[in-house]
Each structure stands twice: as C-alpha cells, then as structure tokens.
Design a protein around this ligand. Structure first.
Ligand code: BGC
Length: 742
C-alpha cells in the first residue's frame, strides 16, 4: 500500500487526521517530524539541559517515566511555549495495575472473570495517574501466556484468547473512558505485539516461534479485539517472531495491523527495541535498524535514538519515503489532538478526584475479593467462624508485608498504603480471638529454618494455622523468570513442619504466577490463591477467611502439577493418541523389561498424570452450584445465524455467592485440528443460597470461525459439542450443527 492510500485510509478512519496533516504537518521540518517520533526518558523530578534543548528544538514527541507534576507541566510548557510549533507532549507511564491505589496484578484481575472489575481498575488507574500529568499508559498487556515460568505472566490476562480479549477490551475502556478528551482519560497501549508470551522456555525476551495459524488463532485475537475497541496505541514486542524481531516485522506491522485490520492508531517500539534489532543480528547497525523499524511502521521509538540519528539520511537517500514519515507523524499528532492536548496540555489536579480516595480503595478491595481463587477446602475449614475458634496462628513472610502484597510493576504504589492480612485479621476478630504471629522465614526465598520452632509451637497451641506464603514481588514480572515454580526457599518444609502439629492449615498463596503446589497440596486443608492482591489484599482476604464473602475467582491459567508439563493449557489439541485415564500408567507401575508397546501409547508423561493440578476456569466457593437443563434455540444453525443457549444454574449450598458460568465448545472436525475445548462465553452471576436462575448465552456462527489452512477466517459446517459449567472440566454437554445453508 502506498503512503498516499494510507493517508486516505487514515483520514477516513479519523476525522481529525486531515486537519492535523494539512495544518501542522505542512509546517513541520523533517527534523521536527522525526522529533515527534522520538520518546525520551524523564529524570524523575528534574529536567536536564539536553532535554530542555531537545524540547525547544521540537525534537521530542513524548517523555516517559516522569510523574512529578510540576516537572511534567514544565516539560509541557517548554514544548508548547518554547518550541517553534508548540506541539504538546505525550507523557507515558506504566500504570499496569494501579497508580497509588494498587489493584491485584493483572493475572489476579483476570481471575475475577469480571469486565467490571478490570474496567474499574483501569479507570481508577487513569484518574489517579492523570493527577500527575500522565496521558498515556503502556497497558493492557494482552500477550497470551501459557508458560508460568515466564515472569511476565503476572502482567497478563492469562492463557485464553477469549478471556484475554474480553478483559483486555474492558481495560482499554477503563483507561480511555468514553472520550480521550475527558479529564481523567488516558491513552491505552495494547502490548506486546506480538507473540511475546511464547518466549521459548519461559525466558524473558527469548525467541518466539509460532506457526502463523496458531498466531492467528491464539495470539492475535486479543490484539484484534483491542484494535476494534479503539485502543489508541500498540507496542511492538522485544521478541523475535519466527525469525523477524517484532520491532522490524513488516508483515506483522503493515500487512496484519494496517492492511488487514485497518488500525488507525500508532505503534511505539518497546524500550530500546529498535536499537536491539542489531543485537538480535537482524540488522548490522543502528542505521539499518532505523530503516527496518520505520519501514515496518513503528511510529515512535522508545528511548533509543536510531530515528533521531539516521532517519534524515534515510529519507535523503530515498530509502524511506517522506509520505511514510508524514503518515507516522500524523498518527502521533492525531492522538495528541484526540487527547485534547492542543487545547490544554497542562494538568490541574484539583479538577480530578484525589488519589487513594475512599471509592478507589473500595474498588481495590472489591477487585481483590473477586480475584482470590479457592483451590481446596477440605472439611470446610474455611470459612472460619470466630465463635468456633479461640486462637489463630498467623504464619509466614507474606502475612504482614505491605510491599510484597503489591506485586510487580508498581512504580508509584507505596507499601505504607497497604493493609496487610495480619492487621486485617486482628481488626476482624477484635478481642474475641487470640491472634499470634510468626514470620518464620525472613522472606519467601529464605532457607534459614531457625525460626521454625517458634512457629511450630504457636501452631500447636492454636485452633487454626493461617499460613501466608508464595513469592515476593521481585520473583515475577519483567525479566524475572524461574526454571522451577515450586514455593521457593524452605516454605515447603515450613508447611510440612506445621502440618505435623495436626492443627488445620489454611494456606494463602500470594504469587505472580501459578506455582506447582503438588508437594504440599495434601499437607494443607485449604488453599486460597490470592496472587499479589494489591493495597487492599488484607481486608479482602480477611473477609474471605471469615466468610463475609465467598471466594468466587476462577483460574485464568492452568496450574501444572510439575514444571515439566509446561506448556499445559486446557485448549490443547486432541492428538492422534489422546491420553486417557484408562491408558495412563505411571512409570513406577511398569514391570521391568516390559515390551516397548506395553503402555497405552498415548500423549502423556510416564512420571506424572497428564492432567493439570488445577484446571483453567476452576475455583471453589463456600457454596455449591448445579447446572442443569441446557436448551438450545435450535439444533442446526446456518452461517450467519445466532444460537441462544439457556441453562439453569442453582445455588445448592448455604452461602450467597457469585458463580462464573462458562461456555465451551468443541468443533469436532476442522480443516485445521481444533482444540478439545474453547471458551466462548462467561457470566459472573450472583445467586443467594437456594436460588435458581436461568441464564442465557448467545453464540453466532462468527464465534465459531477460526483461521484455516489458507489463513482465511471461516466457520466450517459440521458438528459441535457445547458445555456449560463452572470450569473447563464442565461435563454438562449438548450438541449442535453448523450447516451450510447455500
Ligand atoms: C517493557 C514494556 C514497558 C516499557 C516502558 C519495557 O521494558 O517491556 O512493557 O512498557 O519497558 O517502561
């Protein structure tokens, strides 16, 4: 596509584009245009001389990581008043799960399966960060993540394209509000385009090899959904996708994003990722890197200066078309216009609600409440009735650590605002119950067991041991990957020691990823998985422990039994030799010198069961739910039709609670093999004890479409299975056919 036709498409897609292009672009020198394409790092509270000069010369389009309000307003003033054309700045910041009020990590928010929770979290983040002049954030991260070794799984919305798309769109809406011009709306950024979550061996920044068909069916849908929802920007991934690093990937950026999707927003590189094209061995030097990135259509360069240093020469040499540059700059200016920055680039925090306002704190508590997943609850040890216990032993390094409960990517969150579990438990029980506390381990990685004895003695003399274990924040997040994902340090030994006392154990896990809990799952009575729950983790967890609310979160990602099962996800292919319980044989049960073909010859490991420890979509409640009577509006639907599915959901337990009803399908025969189950819908439903509701889902033939062998998006006629239930292991099934009505 020529740059001219790009401009035409742009002006059709965005009515402001023409105005910007004709009035401003016409006045800009090439140097000023390249300036708009450059994003520089801030210096946290001061402006160095070189930055002042660059701003005055119109050589900066955006500054990231400056959140001191006075400095931000001064940056804007210099850009607007002291540069020739007075173009305001985009001020970028990673506001990933909260600014001052910290919400659960995104993976935790995904466990809420609630668009409302996720949208509200982003809304609060936008309002709070706006008070410091931030007008652009680098979220949502919508990389499909199927490898819990990867530290950035914490920042993701899980393993499933449908869940990730739905919640990613909710996050975009929360950040951007109804109109980007509104005070308190900030531009969002869909990242990291694309395939970053498939980094080999879960090592951050590693190569991603994803066949195009899988890329289109699994990894790209959340980005397409974000683009359709109007996300203002995209960020290119650091990683090499099938041999071509994303930051120079013309196919991905031009063919897919622009030509197929008609995406009108702009693309920013990741930090230094254009310069790194040379480190990848994809280009020989910075100039080639600038060429490849600009040619692919990376509109803005984050931090490195290859555009600044080489784009002028590349244009002069005729390698990069000036129309292409206009197009890129036009997209950046359009966002500035859409944000209202040309009308007023300054921030007056008095026009915004205060950070950490009561309603923000309340929203963070709601999010934490809905994010916790109850994985196990033997003998109904939870909820604890304060009438039934005299003393509680609170044990573990995460029980009273306001910092660690916040999780990764909290540039602006502060531990002093956190409410910890120990404090919340004490507040909840008051004088009625004695609460004893032992940290037992210095931190989650510690192997020093000297303090175990005290914890054991405490547990012995208590009615219930509440253990707060997991991972500190720094063990997940960018560049914080692990090769084993057990509870680190001596935490498993601590659990064993406490288990020997015979006191019932409630284990609360705070972690940035699914951990392998196989070694300890049988040693504890209850497990509440709290992720890193944020500022209000303590009160939310206390409410769940004492039954003020029932847990209602469900897993957004599969929990493997052992790291060797990875990648393990529910939407796997059936294979030609699927594993079954009948065929499964553990290696300890194989007779010596058994014949090679003596086993089931199925897709499984010899040393662990093929199933996960906890499945995608799984999560217990204090109540019980029954699904019955699935009915379909018809058994055969034609292409273009919509099916209505109804099911009765009954709360058969004794607690009022939310349930997350999940709809899965299986396309039995496909021109490309189809997953054994695919999530196609979910609803968070509140039911009082004993209540029954009939709930309805709609499924159109478009929802059945997938990319075929020719990379065409089509729904293929044939038979489908459909399940409704409370996890990916739902067993209530019906069937329908998609018919070719031609
Ligand atoms: C991360 C991005 C982030 C950027 C700016 C990079 O290292 O990969 O996700 O937005 O830094 O902080």
């Amino acid at each position: 596509m020529s740059a001219n036709s790009c401009l035409k498409i742009m002006s059709e897609l965005n009515p402001h584009f023409d105005l910007i292009v004709s009035q401003l672009l016409a006045q800009m020198s090439l140097e000023e245009k390249i300036g708009q394409m450059s994003q520089l790092a801030g210096h946290e509270g001061w402006i160095p001389e070189h930055l002042i000069h660059a701003l005055q010369a119109g050589k900066v389009g955006s500054v990231l990581n400056e959140v001191d309000l006075r400095t931000v307003n001064e940056l804007q003033r210099i850009a607007v008043e002291e540069s020739r054309l007075g173009i305001p700045l985009l001020i970028g910041r990673d506001v990933i799960h909260g600014f001052k009020t910290i919400f659960p990590i995104p993976l935790g928010q995904a466990a809420s399966w609630s668009e409302e929770v996720v949208e509200q979290g982003a809304r609060v983040s936008a309002l709070e960060s706006s008070t410091c002049g931030v007008n652009w954030t680098f979220a949502p991260m919508i990389d499909i993540s199927r490898d819990p070794r990867w530290g950035r799984i914490a920042e993701s919305l899980g393993e499933d394209p449908y869940l990730c798309s739905t919640l990613g769109v909710a996050m975009v809406k929360g950040f951007q509000g109804k109109n980007l011009k509104d005070t308190g709306s900030i531009a969002a950024c869909a990242k990291h385009f694309a395939g970053y979550g498939a980094s080999e061996s879960g090592r951050d920044y590693n190569t991603a090899n994803i066949p195009e068909n899988e890329l289109r069916n699994v990894y790209l849908p959340p980005f397409k959904a974000a683009a359709d929802a109007g996300v203002a920007t995209f960020m290119a991934s650091f990683s090499d996708l099938n041999g071509v690093p994303a930051s120079g990937n013309e196919w991905l950026m031009k063919e897919v994003l622009r030509e197929e999707w008609n995406y009108p927003g702009f693309v920013v590189s990741d930090w230094d990722s254009i310069r790194q094209l040379t480190v990848h061995g994809f280009t020989a030097n910075d100039k080639e890197a600038a060429f490849e990135a600009a040619n692919a259509g990376i509109d803005m360069e984050m931090v490195s200066s290859t555009y600044h240093d080489h784009l002028q020469a590349l244009v002069a040499e005729g390698k990069i078309d000036i129309e292409q540059i206009d197009f890129m700059v036009g997209r950046i200016l359009t966002l500035k216009y859409d944000l209202g920055l040309f009308d007023n680039p300054y921030t007056d925090p008095s026009s915004l609600p205060k950070v950490l306002a009561d309603e923000n704190i309340a929203a963070a508590k709601q999010a934490a409440l809905k994010s916790c997943v109850l994985l196990k609850n033997s003998n109904n040890v939870l909820p604890i009735s304060t009438n039934a216990v005299n003393s509680l032993a609170v044990i573990g390094p995460l029980a009273n650590d306001g910092y660690e409960q916040l999780g990764t990517w909290i540039f602006d969150g502060e531990a002093q605002h956190s409410q910890t579990c120990l404090q919340a438990i004490k507040d909840f029980v008051g004088d009625d119950v004695e609460v004893k506390y032992a940290k037992a381990l210095k931190n989650t990685r510690s192997d020093d067991q000297d303090a175990f004895e005290h914890a054991i003695a405490m547990a012995k003399s208590s009615d219930v041991a509440l253990m707060f274990l997991g991972e500190e924040s720094i063990l997940s997040g960018e560049a914080h990957c692990r090769s084993t994902i057990d509870l680190p340090g001596s935490q498993e030994q601590l659990i064993e020691a406490i288990a020997e006392t015979g006191t019932p154990i409630v284990l609360v896990v705070m972690a940035g990823r699914p951990l392998t809990l196989t070694n300890i799952v049988d040693k504890v009575d209850s497990i509440l998985y709290a992720w890193h729950p944020g500022t209000m983790g303590g009160p939310a967890i206390a409410d769940l422990i004492f039954g003020v609310k029932s847990p209602s979160g469900k897993l957004p990602v599969t929990f493997p039994r052992t790291v060797g099962q990875i990648p393990l996800y529910y939407a796997q292919k059936h294979t030609g030799k699927p594993a079954t319980n009948d065929s499964f044989v553990h290696m300890n049960d194989i007779p010596e010198r058994a014949a090679q073909t003596s086993l089931g010859m199925a897709a499984t490991h010899l040393d662990t069961h093929f199933s996960p420890l906890f499945s995608f979509g799984y999560g217990l409640s204090y109540s019980k739910f029954e699904y019955s009577n699935i009915t379909l509006s018809k058994n055969n639907i034609a292409i273009g039709d919509t099916l209505t599915i109804s099911v009765q959901l009954t709360n058969t337990g004794d607690y009022d609670s939310d349930e997350i009803a999940q709809l899965y399908i299986r396309d039995l025969v496909g021109s490309v093999t189809r997953p054994v189950k695919e999530l196609k819908g979910f609803q968070r439903i509140h039911l009082t004890a004993g209540e029954t509701k009939t709930i309805h889902f709609e499924l159109s033939s478009d929802d059945l479409a997938f990319y075929d062998r020719k990379m065409q998006l089509n729904a293929e006629p044939g038979q489908f299975h459909l399940w409704l239930g409370g996890s990916s292991e739902a067993s209530l099934r019906t069937e329908f056919n998609l018919i070719d009505a031609k």
